[in-house]
Design a protein around this ligand. Sequence first.
Ligand code: SF4
Ligand code: SF4
Length: 696
Amino acid sequence: MPTRQIGWNVSEVAFAAMYLLVAVQALVLAYGFTRRYVTWRRGRPYGPIDQVGERLRQALAVAFVHRRLIRPGYVYAGLMHLFIFWGFVVLFIGTLIVLLEADIARPYFGFSFYQGAFYVVYKLVINLFGLLFLIGLLMAVYRRYLQKLPKFRRSLSDDAIVLGILLFLGLTGFLLEALRLSATRDEAAPIHWVAYPLSLALNGVDPSILAGAHAVTWWSHMLANTALLVYIPVSKLAHIVTGPTNVFLRATDARAALPLIANIEEQEHFGVAKLDDFNWKQLVNFDACMRCGRCLDFCPTFNTGKPLKPRQLIVEVGAYMNRRAGLFAGPAGPRINEAGVRGSELTSPDEPSLAQVPLAAELIGDVVSEDELWDCTTCRACMEQCPVRIEHVPLIVEMRRNLVLEQSRFPQELVLLFNNLERNGNPYSFPASSRADWAGAAGVQELSGVADPSELEVIYWVGCMSSFDARNQRVATALAKILTAAGVKFAILGKEESCSGDPARRAGNEYLYQILAQTNIERLNQYQPKRVVASCPHCFNTLKNEYPQLGGTFEVVHHSQLIQELIDSGRLRVAPVAVRDGRMAYHDPCYLGRYNQVYDAPREVMNRVEGGFVELPRCRDRGFCCGAGGARAFMEEKRGTRISHNRLNEAIGTEASGVAVACPFCVTMFEDGVRALNVEERFAVRDIAEIVADGL
Ligand code: SF4
Ligand code: SF4
């Protein structure tokens, strides 16, 4: 009956030493993670944790099925991680099975299961997962060191240490087996189907030499295993525990909304100036990063040479947090210098490193620069791609809040934005009374002039950009034409509408946001709208997802959704527009797509009206921002290259004749872009409402 002698060539002393090492490993692991937990709990209170079952399900799905790891565009990386993870887990379980047989089943119960059919299956499976483990590691070596991806241009020593130890463990595991098979002339050798060919190669070697080599390999394997387990809590491998923990703790309430500062009038402290100002759930984010770099792939700041790189921000604040807690920060400390990616001068070689930052350093300024904080467009590309659901945007906005509300430190351009919002209820210097000036010519009525507002089907929330900007007034006019053609009874708030508050909130001015939001909520409540349609995704997101935090709950749709609905129901008949010079590309606005998962409605409208569209390489949840979000539309783009040009060049590089959008900010960014790139004659920028209105 096939089996093997457990502990062949391993002395009693060696076994005792092994158990001692296992005890050390367990203690260090427990100590390391307990210290991390204590560090997190220094943050402000958070909770209660709701939906525990669902959170657990998602955390386990990420940990064991790699649900967010294996997705379009990341099949190689996902499989690589899956092979390494499951290879390690199965090999670990395999070791436990052997110990169960040797130390419990046989001595205490006089029973043996490690033989016969079980043994055969065990060996076949262990060899399979050992091989997958090695394949996964070799894939990782290729990806990190040979593929030369910009995001891995400079790898941390941590990566090399982790990969080195794991490779050593995988190889010595098979070598141990081959040495034993060859030295003992094991008749069941062929079932060890990966180690067997190696054992054949060793068959001519003297058995005493094989036994000596086996002893040396056994000890080195054991010590490497100890090094690995001791290293886990202080290295990127901590994500094995902290990653699923972060997924478990992710925000489930108002997914697309920023956290509300409740009772803001009574607060004396705003946002985050130091680590302890984060709540403890937010602090977990900084420990969860697995350094995969997916947050960089579609990040507009990283890809246009700006200081903000979301992975770097998370890793560095994490290292800073652990240093301050007296924990060994691991090699994560020094800055990840990604200089030179995609031809841009990203960072200077003498960029300050955390190694030089004294422990008393400030979080904002020394660890995270103000430029990094202000460069973020809040596009959410990082959050969407992050496998362990790190929530970069709320973390960044918390620090902006402190800069704005407590320290009055913000870019000069925002002074004008805040002043205009306070005085005029719009980001510009137009008086509030001129908000509906465009409407008369478009035949649109204001709610104040409607005899019975309850008869209205929808209120059209125009937004500041389409109310005041001449180019975007054409979009508002086009949408009004569509609603009229479909027989939709509608009106606008007009002079009673104020800015939704989105730019103030994203810029960190929560106080101003809440004033604007409360005013709008009161107005809307006064009219009791059946539905609100917004042509600006920023307004759409704020009204739909953020006003409920302040008691304003309305049914809000984006104009792309309403247009699709009107076409589907037959209320809107649109003659297909003659496609003259080729189809247009469709660009996903971040606040429509990633924030609200409205990907299909605008595409469906394009299909119906234009007979199709060009899908851009970076599309849907992997779309690339136009550069306007996060109040960036109101700030100068001083660092790196222009985000809108990066996106436009992508669209121009296709066969598209122009770019269709569904957001007034995208219209403005791209209109400016086509002029700057000198392609306005041949490359059009149009909102889908304009395209539909052309077909009426
Ligand atoms: S929200 Fe967008 S701009 Fe900001 S860090 Fe994430 S990907 Fe980059
Ligand atoms: S923040 Fe998330 S996406 Fe970015 S490197 Fe870390 S784990 Fe990967």
